[in-house]
Design a protein around this ligand. Sequence first.
Ligand SMILES: C[S@@+](CC[C@H](N)C(=O)[O-])C[C@H]1O[C@@H](n2cnc3c(N)ncnc32)[C@H](O)[C@@H]1O
Length: 277
Amino acid sequence: MQQITIRDALQQSSRDIDDIDARILLQYALDVSHAHLIAHAEQVLDSKQAQSFRLLTTRRARGEPVAYLTGKREFYSLGFTVTPAVLIPRPETELLVDMALALIPPDLPWKILDLGTGSGAIALAIAKHRPLTDISAVDFSANALTVAKTNACELGVKNVRFIEADWFDGFNGEIFNLIVSNPPYIADGDPHLTRGDLRFEPRMALAAEGEALDCIRSIIAAAPTHLVEDGALLLEHGYDQAEACRRLLSEAGFKRVFSRPDLAGIMRVSGGALDIA
Ligand SMILES: C[S@@+](CC[C@H](N)C(=O)[O-])C[C@H]1O[C@@H](n2cnc3c(N)ncnc32)[C@H](O)[C@@H]1O
């Protein structure tokens, strides 16, 4: 069998896949760092490594997301295990974590609810930075919760409990200081769902049944009865949903309603707080 070096492998794969993807997949196949690939460009791959990299390249060329191929994705500078059971955490969702951390006092044991936790990205990033909080993380996908629990273990997080439920079901009478959510917000028939990485991600993590705003509407409507009297709600939403979200928040009785843009300048998170009566 023809021998190939790290340099050859990267060159050959660049015909079929993006250079950065090739580099990440080769690191994964060889279990080495980026620095190693640069410093040892003439290293010859053994047959198992060469075969594994070829297979990964083929799967990537067919569209499978890199994060599902390597089983890893960084979010908020933390390493998360991801499988096709969970949405791959997005960089824009870090805004929601930033905004939650800005609200949560580091020295108080706030109760927090993360609705639609998926890999646990939001709940676990908050938990890591606010160890005194008591966080409940909900998803209706048992398979997603298995991944989230793995992440909690791997990150050494102890202050998050995971609950299988349909949004607020099972929280009768329980109230929180802050509710956060990145719910499905793409309309069921949206053509984006049939393109790129989205084709491989769980449909129930991306698409709201019926109208795109259905999940957001349900969460906003029920949130006030699950918040303390000055509690707050923060929601991630689609690029064109900020105005509708603010209207729904105001109609539900939230005050100081606002939207914030992500790094790309797209309105990405909306929220509001209840007033002390
Ligand atoms: C957009 S993903 C967000 C995942 C994760 N929070 C993140 O930001 O990467 C939405 C999540 O909501 C969950 N979900 C959808 N409908 C739900 C419902 N009715 N009750 C609970 N979870 C739900 C999905 O299973 C999915 O994990």
